[in-house]
Structures are given as structure tokens and as C-alpha cells.
Design a protein around this ligand. Structure first.
Ligand code: ADP
Ligand code: MG
Length: 682
């Protein structure tokens, strides 16, 4: 058997230098890549029509003999090949535009052909504009007409005819060497059709039912293959769990809070403390809309961990957020006699060294920080709990690396963006979910409105009134994809304008390129209430908590995703005051209009996330590329939930029995479709 992922496309039939480069652009460099290059759609051209049955306006397929073939040149650089076809009963003129010079030698008299094209009326007579043809010469392949025809993702230089014939060639010559990717135990009991059959039928199905069956079992394989990786890795991490069952300090902390826990917080805490008490390490996702009070839960878990003699970690995606958590918690935790430290990338060397020592000696109880915590030189004495805030900002590998800093730590990940169950299963293999589905009492409403350009002045007057009442405002500048430099230029311009509009008020700008110190200086001013208006690129997006700010202006609303807009808005519903979110920008586009409407209509983060997921799909919404969610070739995280759960069940049972799957399986298929195991294990 060949290893198809080692056979280059060099020297395959019809692949020269130019075609090779075009194929490479599609991510194809080996025969395996070609076999896994699946169609993006199909067209059913199996239903052959008689010429006399044709109706204008539809796309049809006919079969017949070429009677005449003639090229005309109505204009310079424009030609039409007119081919008359006879199907035994009637004649039809079929036109090819601007391909005549090449096709006139192929579509010649007496050849028998199948043609697909659009039927039109021309001066009262029916004609056809051809899309595709197939010559019937006894070699018998209907690759382009006369069956269910695949259409492939392509780039310039590669037309569908070429791709179809290349793929057919590879199927004919190499399909037999394509090995099954899953162990027999996961295939046989369920009577799953062989991988080779599935691949063949994805390309050239005889019916669409066949294609769907093939797709389904490829999706099953993709999910299962990926799950095997995640679960075996997880198993190697989790041996025996830590028991955390001391709640004295937690009770003291709860008593010190200026508010009562919500019923949802109490319920979630029950879930978590049960996990912590058991020997099985916790892997729990805490989902709660922005402002639902996730931080308190994180702190309770961390305190419980310390009270039982373990260290805890709280990792946040940005330096600003980590610092905010640190500042918020330092005093409270100090009163409970817990030592906490902040660990971020911008710490001075000496200070960092000192803190690292305190962490490894166990003197620090709770470390709060950014992904700087993941680095190898950070070592714990007895890490018991890891909390990851805004988990969707981190990749699978980052989480797993943090987990490897202890024997089998408890893990709590928190997110304001609800992850659909399928995605959660994919990311974590196995994960419990708790919901904070209730906001603390006495939160003011957020009113969200779209403001057109001509009402800008009115808007600013309104903001002035709010500031006069002691409130503060955010102004969010749009992100421009191409360049951070442009973002910042824009933001600086905005600062200039607003400083003029709001003379006599204090206005400042934070953006991503500022030093952490400068950022923190301004954030500190804003938190302290010394700053009326904070202009910002999206650095305030996650987690920032300044309850006195109750106005947010978002510029360039069309440039933000729905979940992102909701996250931003979450910054201003943090007190009992009524809050106002104003959206500005160009909403002529359909999606922008839909997003703006959704924002104005609902404040429910779960509904928003659902709409966002439908709008963009999980890939874009969660930034799969950075975050290690595999981009499955055929499996769909939204619609294939049932298949995922089935594969999950089988894989879990399989892993329970087998111990040495890694060596046996992963050596053989380091790369199946897109899933690269060296990455999962990276
Ligand atoms: P998020 O879930 O978005 O991370 P936070 O944990 O930052 O939300 O909480 C938002 C605000 O609500 C904070 O100021 C926090 O002190 C406050 N808060 C949390 N729980 C309650 C509660 N039960 N009652 C009143 N306020 C609360
Ligand atoms: Mg938060």
C-alpha cells in the first residue's frame, strides 16, 4: 500500500508547473489531498430531456449527434461556436461563447454528445447556451454531464472539467490504497460503509442519497478521529483527582460581599463544589451572559481551593482585564489572608523573577494573569484549580498547557458567548456545563438605538446631559481589518473631534498599541471617575467593569460581529442606572442591518449568540483557526450534532478499554483530512 499523503501531485496526468501551483493554492500537494478535496455542490444532470420537451428559462441536459459545427465572429475578440444537435426527433442550436477556437476541434460533426445548458428563446426559436459537455466515445465516463455532477472549490487556472478528470484519475489509480482511519472497533459494530466507498461517493455519487450517506459517515470519522486525540490526551493528563472540600473561607467571603448571591449563582456553586469534592477532576464550563456575575463564582472556587491547601490560577485574555481582576480581588482576598499575585508579560524582569519564586515555593495562593502564566518557567508547588475567563479567547493548546502544570487540576472555564453543545464536545471531548441564566437584581435597562448621521449632534447633547449627571461614556471606534495602524489613526482623529465637541470635559483615548502602563494609567483614570469619556478601539471589549459608565457609542457598527457588539454593550449594564447604547455607521448592507436590528431588539446574550452562529457559522464566530477547533472538511458543527454525539459515545467506550491507542493509530494517520494530530498534541 502506498502512503498517499507522501505521493506528490507532480507528474500526475495533466499536472504541469502552472496547474501544480494552482493546486497548491487550493492546499493540494499530495494525492491524499486530492481525494479529500470534496465538491462544494452537485448538479443533477442525470435527467436527459428530449429536445422537443425543452422549455425556455430552465437548465437542461440533452443527448444527441452533432450535425453541424460552425464558428462566427460577430465582434473582434468575440466568437460564438454554434453547434446543431439532432436527438433523433428534433434539432437544437447550442452556443458556446468565446471558447470556439479551442472547442471547434473537439465538437466536430458526427460526434455523439451530452450537453447541459440554459434554454433560451432567440427570435422565436429555442436555443441553448452551453454550460458543459461530454463526448460519448465509448470510454464511458460521464464526468461533466449525464449524471450527478460535482463542482469543486477552485481558483483561477483550474476549471471544473480539469478537476473532475484529475480527481477521477486519482480515484481510479489510488483509491484502493486509502487506508481506514479509525480502528476496527469503531467501524465494524455499526456497519459503517468503508472509507473508500465514502470518498468515491462524495465525488461521484449515483444518487444524492448515496452522497448524503457518504458525507454522514465521513463526518462520523472526522469527529471520532478528533475525539480520539482529545480524549487520549485528556486521559493522559487526568490520573487521580484532587479533593477540595473546605468551605470555611468561602462562607466568609460570601458574607463580606455587598450583595446577596443570585439563585443562579447559588445553584452553580452547588455544581462546582460537588465537582471539587469528588476525586474526578472538574472540567466545567460556566456560561453566563455579560454581567451575570461569573467573577464571584470564580473567586469562590479559587478561595475553596486555597482553603484546602492548593494554589489557584485565574487566566484572562488581556492585560487590562487581568489587572482589573487583580485590583478588584487584592483587598478582599488579603482580608482572608490569601496572597495573590499578578503575572503578565509586561512585568519587569526582576519583579517577575521574584513572583515566579513565590509561586513555586507555594507562598502565593492565587495567581492572576494573562497567558504569561502558561510559560514554562512558571511552576507551581501544588496547583489545584485553574479558572479561565473569557475562554473563547484562548486556544485548546493554551488550556491544555496550563493543565499540564499540575497532576490533575480542576478546571473551570467561563464564557459569555454560549458555546453550542456540539462545539463544546468538540473542544473539550467531555465537559459539564453550568448556566448563570439570571442577572443580579436591580440592574438598569439598556436602551439600544441606531443613530443616523444627521442626529449625531443631538446624540452628543444627550451624552453631555448624562455627564452632567455624573455619568461616564465609552466611544468605541471601528476596527478596520486591514491594518491596526489605520484603526489607531482613526481613533486619534476621533479623539481630536470629540475633544472639540466636548470642550470642558475630559476625554482620553486607549488603543492596542499603547504600552500597558499608559493603558492602565488611562483605565485607572476612567475607573476612578476622573475621565468623562473614554475613546477606545476594542480593547475594552472583554470584562471591563466600570459601573458608573452608562453610555456607549459604537462607531462603524457594520464592522462588528453580533456577539462582539453584545460584549461591548455588556460594559454598560453594570449598575441600577438606565444605560444607553448608540450604534452609528453604515447599515445599508443586509447583514449590518440584521445585526443592528437584533441589537436594538434584544439584550439576551444567548439569543444573540444563536443568531450570530447562524449568521457566521462556528468557524468565524469562534475564530477556529487561532483557537484550535479543527475546520472539519465535511462535518458541520451546527447541523451534525447527532453524529457527533454518536461518535463521542463510541469513542469514549473505546478509550475506556484501550490503553495504547496513541501509538497504534496516530502513527499511521498523522493527517486525516484536515486534522493534524501533531497539532492536537503540539
Ligand atoms: P461577568 O459575568 O460579565 O464577568 P461580573 O462578574 O464582572 O460579570 O459581574 C458584574 C457586576 O455585577 C460586578 O460589579 C459584580 O460585583 C456584580 N455582581 C455580581 N454578582 C452580583 C449579585 N449577586 N448581586 C449584585 N451584584 C452582583
Ligand atoms: Mg467577566
Amino acid at each position: 500500500m502506498y502512503d498517499l499523503s507522501n505521493i506528490s501531485i507532480d507528474g500526475l496526468k495533466g499536472v504541469g508547473r502552472v496547474k501544480k501551483r494552482a493546486l497548491n493554492n487550493l492546499g493540494i500537494s499530495t494525492v491524499a489531498d486530492i481525494l479529500y478535496h470534496f465538491p462544494r455542490k452537485y448538479e443533477d444532470r442525470s435527467n436527459l430531456k428530449k429536445i422537443h420537451e425543452l422549455l425556455p428559462g430552465s437548465v437542461e441536459t440533452i443527448k444527441g449527434t452533432i450535425v453541424t459545427s460552425e464558428i462566427t465572429r460577430p465582434k473582434p475578440r468575440f466568437n460564438i461556436l454554434k453547434v446543431v444537435i439532432y436527438d433523433g426527433g428534433s434539432y437544437l442550436t447550442v452556443n458556446w461563447f468565446n471558447q470556439g477556437d479551442y472547442l471547434k476541434n473537439i465538437l466536430t460533426r458526427d460526434k455523439e454528445v451530452i450537453v447541459t445548458g440554459k434554454v433560451r428563446r432567440n427570435f422565436g426559436r429555442l436555443e441553448m447556451s452551453a454550460y458543459d459537455y461530454e463526448i460519448i466515445d465509448g470510454r464511458g465516463e460521464n464526468l461533466n454531464c449525464g449524471g450527478i455532477i460535482p463542482f469543486y472549490p477552485s481558483t483561477g487556472g483550474l476549471n471544473q472539467r480539469f478537476l473532475r478528470s484529475l480527481i477521477k484519475y486519482c480515484l481510479d489509480n489510488y483509491l484502493n490504497s486509502l487506508p481506514e482511519v479509525l480502528p476496527n472497533e469503531l467501524i465494524q459494530p455499526m456497519n459503517i460503509p468503508p472509507l473508500q466507498w465514502c470518498v468515491l461517493k462524495m465525488h461521484f455519487p449515483d444518487t444524492m442519497e448515496e452522497q448524503e450517506k457518504a458525507r454522514m459517515y465521513l463526518a462520523y470519522r472526522e469527529f471520532a478521529f478528533y475525539q480520539l486525540g482529545i480524549l487520549t490526551r485528556k486521559k493522559s493528563i487526568m490520573k487521580n483527582g484532587i479533593i477540595i472540600n473546605n468551605n470555611m473561607l468561602v462562607q466568609e467571603y460570601i458574607r463580606s460581599l455587598p450583595f446577596k448571591l443570585t439563585a443562579a449563582q447559588i445553584r452553580v456553586w452547588k455544581d462546582i463544589s460537588k465537582d471539587l469534592k469528588s476525586t474526578k477532576p472538574m472540567t466545567r464550563l460556566l456560561q453566563g451572559d455579560v454581567g451575570s456575575g461569573k467573577t464571584v463564582i470564580a473567586v469562590m472556587s479559587l478561595i475553596a481551593s486555597c482553603d484546602s491547601g492548593f494554589q489557584g490560577v485565574l487566566m484572562a485574555p488581556t492585560e487590562i482585564l487581568a489587572r482589573q481582576h487583580y485590583l478588584d480581588l487584592k483587598e478582599t482576598l488579603g482580608r482572608l489572608n490569601l496572597n495573590i499575585a499578578l503575572l503578565t508579560g509586561s512585568l519587569a524582569q526582576l519583579e517577575k523573577k521574584r513572583i515566579l519564586e513565590l509561586i513555586s515555593s507555594g507562598e502565593i495562593d492565587i495567581v492572576i494573569g494573562t497567558h504569561a502564566i502558561i510559560q514554562d518557567n512558571v511552576m507551581f508547588k501544588r496547583l489545584g484549580l485553574i479558572v479561565i475567563d473569557e475562554q473563547h479567547r484562548f486556544g485548546v493548546n493554551q488550556r491544555l498547557r496550563l493543565q499540564q502544570k499540575a497532576d490533575s487540576p480542576n478546571v473551570l472555564v467561563m464564557s459569555a458567548t454560549p458555546i453550542p453543545r456540539t462545539l463544546a464536545l468538540t473542544l473539550y471531548g467531555d465537559l459539564d456545563i453550568s448556566l448563570l441564566d439570571e442577572k443580579p437584581l436591580g440592574r438598569g435597562n439598556v436602551i439600544t438605538k441606531y443613530v443616523s448621521e444627521q442626529n449625531r449632534k443631538k446624540l452628543y447633547d444627550f451624552v453631555k446631559k448624562q455627564i452632567q449627571q455624573g455619568k461616564q461614556a465609552y466611544v468605541i471606534c471601528p476596527i478596520i481589518d486591514e491594518s491596526e495602524k489605520l484603526d489607531i489613526e482613526n481613533a486619534v482623529k476621533m479623539e481630536k473631534v470629540l475633544k472639540e465637541v466636548f470642550t470642558g470635559y475630559s476625554v482620553s483615548l486607549v488603543h492596542g498599541r499603547m504600552t500597558p502602563q499608559d493603558k492602565e494609567e488611562i483605565m485607572g483614570q476612567f475607573r476612578a471617575g476622573n475621565l468623562n469619556i473614554l475613546i477606545s478601539t476594542t480593547v475594552v471589549e472583554v470584562g471591563i467593569n466600570v459601573p458608573n459608565a452608562n453610555v456607549m457609542i459604537i462607531e462603524g457598527v457594520e464592522r462588528f460581529g453580533l456577539s462582539q457588539l453584545h460584549q461591548l454593550r455588556g460594559r454598560i449594564s453594570r449598575s441600577k442606572n438606565e444605560a444607553y447604547c448608540f450604534l452609528l455607521g453604515d447599515i445599508k448592507g443586509q447583514e449590518a442591518k440584521y445585526r443592528t436590528k437584533a441589537m436594538c431588539e434584544t439584550n439576551d446574550g444567548f439569543k444573540i449568540a444563536e443568531m450570530d452562529l447562524k449568521l457566521r457559522g462556528p468557524g468565524e464566530m469562534f475564530g477556529t483557526r487561532q483557537h484550535g477547533i479543527p475546520e472539519f472538511k465535511v462535518a458541520d458543527l451546527i447541523t451534525d450534532g447527532k453524529i457527533l454525539e454518536a461518535s463521542m459515545r463510541h469513542v469514549r467506550a473505546f478509550i475506556e478499554e484501550k490503553q495504547y491507542i496513541k501509538a497504534e493509530l496516530f502513527g499511521r494517520h498523522t493527517k486525516f483530512m484536515n486534522i493534524d494530530f501533531s497539532k492536537i498534541y503540539g
